[in-house]
Design a protein around this ligand. Structure first.
Ligand SMILES: Nc1nc2c(ncn2[C@@H]2O[C@H](COP(=O)(O)OP(=O)(O)OP(=O)(O)O)[C@@H](O)[C@H]2O)c(=O)[nH]1
Ligand SMILES: [Mg+2]
Ligand SMILES: [Zn+2]
Length: 292
C-alpha cells in the first residue's frame, strides 16, 4: 500500500503517524535533532519502541521536501488563482509552477471565481504552456471532478494568495470537513494562518494537505532554482533544447537561440518567457554560498 505509516501532522515535537492500526502519537528519536532533520507531514516513517514509548525511528527517502509549509513527498500542487479579486499575476503563477516542476511536483492551475469574471485568456495561456489548467465553477460539478481526478494515490497540496478560494475549494472537495472561509482570516491578519500546521487529510484514495496558511510557497533561498536548472522548470522550452547555436545557451541575449526563436514564432507565451528571464536574473544574483 502506498500510504503505509506516514506523518499526518506534527505539532510541538509530537507527530501523528497514520499506521495500519490507526493514528499513533509519538516523538522522533533524538538522533534526528542531532542531525538537524525534522520529520514533516508526508514523511513515510518506521516506528520503534524506546523505553516503552513509540518513536519515529527512520524517515524513508524523500522525493522532495518543503520547509515552509513543512511537507514532504508532494506529488501534486494545486495552484489556486482567482479570475478576479485578488487579481491574478502571471509572474507569481510562473514562479510557483517553476518551483513545483523543479521539485518533481506536478503543478495544476485551478482558476476560481469564473462565475464572477471571465478568465481573461489565462486558461488558454497555461494550456498552451503545457500546464494542466482547470476552471472551477461551483454551479457545474465538472471542474471539481477534474480537480478530484488528480488526488488518488498522490500527496497533494493547495497554494495561492489569500482570498483566492483555497478553503472554498477544500470544502467543496471534502464537504465533511468545513474550513473557515471568507473575511475571517483577513480580519485576523495573515500571521495567524502562516503558523498553522500542515495536516494531511485522506481524500479520494490520496492525501490532501490542508494548508490554509500557505498563501504562497516559501520562495526564499530554500526554494531557489539554480540558473542552469531554471530552463527545465519551464516544460514548454524542452522541444528547443540542444537547438540553440551555443551549447550552454541561457536563452537570454545569445544569438541563434532556439527558445527565443520559438517565442518570436508564438510557440512560447511571452509572459512565460518574461517570467523565465526575470527568474534567471534573480538566480544570477544568488551566490552558491548564500544557499547554505
Ligand atoms: N463567487 C465566488 N466566490 C468565491 C469562489 N471561491 C471563493 N469565493 C469566495 O472568496 C472568498 C475567499 O475564499 P476563501 O476560500 O476563504 O479563500 P482562501 O484562499 O482560503 O483565503 P485565505 O484562507 O485567506 O488564504 C470567500 O468569500 C469565498 O466565498 C468562487 O469560485 N466564486
Ligand atoms: Mg483559507
Ligand atoms: Zn537558447
Amino acid at each position: 500500500m502506498r500510504f503505509d505509516s506516514y506523518i499526518t501532522k506534527g505539532i510541538g515535537g509530537f507527530y501523528y503517524v497514520k499506521t495500519a492500526d490507526g493514528i499513533v502519537e509519538c516523538k522522533a528519536r533524538g538522533i534526528f535533532r542531532k542531525k538537524k532533520i525534522s520529520p514533516v507531514a508526508g514523511d513515510f516513517v518506521r516506528l520503534a519502541t524506546e523505553a516503552g514509548q513509540t518513536v519515529i525511528d527512520e524517515i524513508l527517502p524523500r522525493k522532495n521536501v518543503f520547509i515552509r509549509p513543512p511537507i514532504a513527498n508532494l506529488d501534486v500542487l494545486f495552484i489556486v488563482v482567482s479570475t478576479t479579486q485578488p487579481v491574478p499575476s502571471t509572474r507569481v503563477i510562473d514562479k510557483l509552477t517553476a518551483i513545483a516542476v523543479h521539485k518533481g511536483v506536478k503543478p495544476v492551475l485551478v482558476l476560481t471565481k469564473t462565475d464572477l469574471a471571465p478568465d481573461g485568456g489565462l486558461a488558454a495561456l497555461y494550456r498552451h504552456a503545457g500546464i494542466d489548467t482547470i476552471c472551477v465553477d461551483y454551479s457545474d460539478p465538472d471542474g471539481l471532478r477534474r480537480v478530484q481526478s488528480y488526488i488518488p494515490d498522490h500527496i497533494c497540496a493547495v497554494c495561492g494568495n489569500s482570498g483566492v478560494g483555497k478553503s472554498t475549494l477544500l470544502n467543496a472537495l471534502l464537504p465533511g470537513q468545513q474550513r473557515e472561509t471568507g473575511g475571517i482570516s483577513q480580519k485576523l491578519g495573515r500571521g495567524r494562518h502562516t503558523t498553522r500546521e500542515v495536516e494531511l487529510l485522506e481524500a479520494f484514495g490520496g492525501l490532501l494537505a490542508d494548508t490554509p496558511g500557505f498563501a504562497s510557497l516559501d520562495t526564499s533561498r530554500a526554494l531557489h532554482i539554480p540558473k542552469e536548472e531554471l530552463q527545465h522548470a519551464f516544460p514548454e522550452f524542452a522541444p528547443y533544447f540542444g537547438k540553440c547555436r551555443f551549447t550552454g545557451c541561457a536563452h537570454m541575449a545569445e544569438t541563434g537561440c532556439a527558445v527565443k526563436q520559438a517565442l518570436e514564432e508564438g510557440k512560447i507565451e511571452p509572459s512565460r518567457y518574461e517570467s523565465y528571464a526575470a527568474l534567471y536574473e534573480e538566480a544570477k544574483d544568488v551566490k552558491e554560498w548564500q544557499l547554505r
